[in-house]
Design a protein around this ligand. Structure first.
Ligand SMILES: Nc1ncnc2c1ncn2[C@@H]1O[C@H](COP(=O)(O)OP(=O)(O)OP(=O)(O)O)[C@@H](O)[C@H]1O
Length: 257
């Protein structure tokens, strides 16, 4: 079966700095992958490069078997960026932003259908923002805006979700809500690639951990399993992990976050 993402020798240079250096990464349909690593290690650049949003300076990357420039099935991908950027301060409501997630599915000039409206309502409910649908997104908190972005991706009903720190700045309740939503997507066979500092409630659904360190993949395999105190709900991650016994390549990943 064709891989969803297939990067070979991927390099990215930004501002004359080598940010990704020879990345090989293949992600198949139905995988649930966490991209982990320290601040500035290149996680966001990696997922943007997988999507063709950041061009490669070397190597190649394929999306469902095609180079991004020749890929046409954008409805198959739902991207949740790190922050909401709604067109230059133009006021938009929550529903309008979420509805924009249907664009890749719509034929040009085709009126909105009942299926579009239902997908938008389901997405709003999935992130518990149905009651804020008419509000301006500018008036929402950072965590609520993050949920709007997740709803926008859900509304498009894609096959693959790519999420850049979907839990950053999101309260514990919303993190659990997201975990429930993602579990349903996983059951439906969707592919999920997410960047995270801490897996938190998402940990049980992750099947693969990709650790980025200084622009290269330092580990690719079994996701980290928190033990002891770290596994308890509500655990605040403030203590250093560098002194933990190093049992395998992933044992030190938290120390990098
Ligand atoms: N547009 C840019 N121009 C120059 N350098 C950039 C640009 N974007 C990112 N970088 C640099 O590339 C490196 C990797 O950035 P990236 O955002 O991919 O890291 P990250 O692992 O996602 O970090 P974080 O967890 O802080 O989001 C960083 O050192 C960053 O400063």
């Amino acid at each position: 079966m064709t891989a969803v993402f297939d990067m070979t020798g991927g390099q990215v240079t930004l501002d004359r700095r080598s940010v990704l250096r020879g990345v090989d990464l293949t992600i198949g349909a139905g995988e649930v992958v966490a991209v982990l690593g320290a601040n500035g290690s290149g996680k966001s650049t990696l997922i943007r490069a997988l999507l063709g949003l950041t061009p490669l300076s070397g190597g190649q990357t394929l999306l469902y078997g095609r180079p991004p420039a020749k890929f046409r099935q954008w409805w198959r991908i739902g991207y949740v960026p790190q922050r909401l950027q709604v067109g230059g301060g133009v006021p938009a409501t929550v529903r309008e932003v979420v509805t924009s997630g249907r664009i890749a599915r719509q034929r040009r000039l085709r009126p909105t259908t009942a299926a579009d409206r239902q997908a938008v309502e389901r997405a709003l409910e999935a992130v518990s923002l149905a009651d804020r649908a008419g509000d301006s997104v500018q008036n929402l908190s950072g965590g609520q805006q993050q949920r709007v972005l997740i709803a926008r991706a859900l509304a498009g009903e894609p096959d693959t979700y790519v999420m850049d720190e979907p839990t950053a700045g999101v309260d514990a309740g919303s993190q659990h809500l997201l975990a429930d939503t993602l579990s349903t997507l996983v059951r439906d066979g969707k592919t999920i690639v997410l960047v995270a500092h801490e897996l938190g409630p998402l940990e049980p659904i992750i099947t693969r951990g990709v650790l980025v360190r200084d622009g290269v993949i330092a580990h690719d395999g079994v996701p980290p399993r928190p033990e002891g105190e770290c596994a308890k709900p509500g655990h605040e991650h403030v203590h250093p992990h560098a002194e933990e016994p190093v049992a395998g390549p992933l044992a030190g990943w938290r120390a990098e976050a």
